[in-house]
Design a protein around this ligand. Structure first.
Ligand code: PRT
Ligand code: MG
Length: 212
């Protein structure tokens, strides 16, 4: 049995065409089914639905043989116990710094001010500001980061941006792009040894269907 860990929503949706290229069809729709284990047209392949940030944990410990997770999630989690054979070029967005429109980020940075930065992505934020030589107090949040600068909790946020409409709706502006983000295929290292042929076939089929 091969177990693939996916999260509901954009990652599931954007992985479907890759599965199709491998001849795999998921037999239930996660938006309507309450099942967490979804069968496929292949008796030896199943999909498990987990939170996006839990995908690396499942793959690391072998709860899944492989999974699809954002570069953001993988950097925050670390890559222990897994290989990262493919950038699938799906669920694309960018990791950015955003502030209130009336906050002069450039001057604050130039003056060497200590910045309060709210984010769910503390590893990425810590590395980014360390590379710039900017002192920051990081405030860990689990969601609704946009609220932090509006309430005075923080001067800036580090968050994912795709269309920019969430920032605009909250009168925030993007002042720095930290990195481009896409989702990667990750594979449990022991699985790749024990189930080499079927996993290799799956990886190769995915590779042929990566969107440009
Ligand atoms: O929702 P849950 O807490 O279960 O987990 P999650 O939010 O991590 O899952 P999900 O499915 O929302 O995101 C999974 C992966 O998709 C992320 O890890 C990213 O790699 C990728 N991705 C791509 C995004 C976005 N685009 C994105 N726009 N993840 C989140 N967003 C959010 C962003 O955080 C912000 O709140 O969408 C909002 C901004 O979108 P725009 O279009 O308004 O700019
Ligand atoms: Mg989400």
């Amino acid at each position: 049995m091969i177990t693939l860990a996916l999260s509901k929503g954009r990652i599931f949706e954007e992985t479907l065409p890759l599965l199709k290229a491998a001849g795999i069809e998921v037999l239930e729709d996660p938006e309507t089914s309450r099942k967490l284990i979804l069968p496929t047209n292949r008796e030896d392949v199943r999909v498990v639905l987990v939170r996006a940030s839990d995908v690396p944990t499942y793959v690391q410990y072998g709860g899944a043989d492989l999974g699809v997770a954002g570069r953001d999630v993988l950097i925050e989690h670390g890559l222990a116990g897994m290989y990262q054979p493919l950038d699938l070029n799906i669920a694309k967005c960018r990791m950015s710094v955003a502030v209130r429109a009336d906050f002069d980020y450039e001057s604050a940075v130039k003056q060497g001010s200590r910045l309060r930065v709210a984010t769910k992505y503390t590893q990425i934020a810590r590395q980014h500001f360390a590379d710039k030589g900017v002192h920051v107090d990081l405030i860990k949040l689990y969601g609704s980061m946009e609220l932090a600068p509006l309430t005075g909790l923080a001067d800036a946020i580090v968050d994912l941006v795709s269309t920019g409409s969430t920032l605009r709706a909250n009168k925030l502006v993007e002042v720095e792009r930290i990195m481009d983000i896409s989702s990667r295929l990750v594979v449990n290292q022991a699985s790749l040894k024990l189930k080499r042929a079927p996993l290799r076939a799956l990886i190769d089929a995915f590779a042929t269907a990566i969107p440009k």
